[in-house]
Design a protein around this ligand. Structure first.
Ligand SMILES: Nc1ncnc2c1ncn2[C@@H]1O[C@H](COP(=O)(O)OP(=O)(O)OP(=O)(O)O)[C@@H](O)[C@H]1O
Ligand SMILES: [Mg+2]
Length: 316
């Protein structure tokens, strides 16, 4: 594996309170890793160490092959960073923000202007580009922030909660941009509280909890840990619900008489679904609706940590 990011036994405490208790993680070049965890899990702390903004207490971090403690300048030349709290100069226009940062990255003036124009187009900010950033909506700021992190076309990009506070449309736009970046071989480490985001974007997901990685794998691998698929049938009004439950004969995971809903564990095979249908037919019980569910990442997270995620409280 060609590792763009390598984390070995990383530890960090703040005032003797351990936040990271020995993290090991590798990210293969050209892939997306999602670091998932509840508030205070240490996601931002990890990203800040990887991007050389703070020093670890112990362990080793290699970014693009460079040691983050010994060669921070080489690491900085390899990365782009979008923070949880956007680093935009409010009194410059979007265009000026981009050109200024381009100059800081040693682009000549003509190249900085060219790159700024490209990025404004890519992030659908052409019309807003001339206005000072103070007048931007939250979603526009987020897009400008991401554009800023891409000025120098870094091979590795850290995105700390890139879609927090975005509306569904802007979130989709952001996902499309992140997918394009990875197609262009950028390596992305993103943190998120949105399980569906990790599911949609990431090649690999690491769940951070209580200072350690408690699970890692693809979305499907994590779901497999929780269990198989679940078949849900709704029994039509006027049909005998209790009889339906007993006909399923112990295979029901749960039943809800009020909603007339029965959940049944299944491998998802068509033959198993057919069997349930004919079982009900044999008892003259009508099925009103039928659906098949894979466990969601929410199920996974709950199962692994006993915590609900807190995305509802994460308003900007
Ligand atoms: N500079 C600091 N000084 C003291 N404690 C800190 C500092 N930075 C972070 N912490 C603590 O470390 C823990 C992890 O914080 P961190 O910001 O990394 O969490 P997070 O996973 O990014 O959470 P969120 O989802 O809320 O962004 C928290 O308990 C936080 O209070
Ligand atoms: Mg954070």
């Amino acid at each position: 594996m060609d590792k763009a990011i390598e984390i070995k036994n990383l530890t960090k405490s703040f005032k003797n309170v351990p936040v990271l208790k020995g993290i090991n993680l590798d990210v293969e070049r050209g892939t997306i890793l999602a670091l998932l965890g509840p508030n205070g899990a240490g996601k931002t702390t990890t990203v800040r160490i990887l991007s050389t903004l703070i020093q670890p207490d112990g362990g080793e971090v290699f970014i693009n092959g460079y040691n983050a403690v010994k060669n921070p300048n080489s690491v900085r030349a390899s990365i782009g960073l979008t923070g949880q709290y956007a680093a935009v100069d409010e009194y410059l226009s979007g265009y000026e923000n981009l050109v200024m940062l381009g100059r800081l990255y040693h682009l000549n003036y003509a190249d900085a202007k060219k790159r700024a124009t490209e990025l404004l187009e890519q992030f659908d900010l052409v019309e807003a580009g001339g206005r000072i950033a103070k007048t931007y909506s939250g979603g526009m700021r987020r897009r400008l922030d991401l554009a800023l992190s891409l000025i120098a076309t870094p091979p590795i990009l850290f995105l700390d909660e890139p879609t927090t506070g975005l509306d569904p449309r802007s979130r989709l736009a952001m996902w499309a941009i992140i997918e394009q970046l990875v197609q262009a071989k950028t390596t992305v480490l993103l943190t998120t509280q949105y399980l569906e985001e990790a599911d949609k974007l990431a090649n690999s997901i690491a769940v951070l909890h209580n200072g350690t990685i408690i699970a890692q794998g693809t979305a499907n691998e994590l779901k497999d840990k929780v269990g198989k698929e679940r078949l849900e049938i709704t029994i039509a009004e006027g049909h005998n619900f209790k009889q339906a439950v007993s006909a399923i004969n112990g295979q029901a995971i749960s039943s809800d008489e009020k909603k007339r809903l029965i959940s049944i564990a299944t491998s998802g095979a068509v033959s198993e679904i057919k069997r349930v249908i004919s079982l009900m037919e044999n008892h003259n019980i009508e099925i009103e609706a039928l659906s098949l569910h894979k466990p969601t990442l929410d199920d996974v997270f709950l199962n692994l940590t006993g915590h609900k995620t807190t995305k509802e409280s994460e308003e900007e």
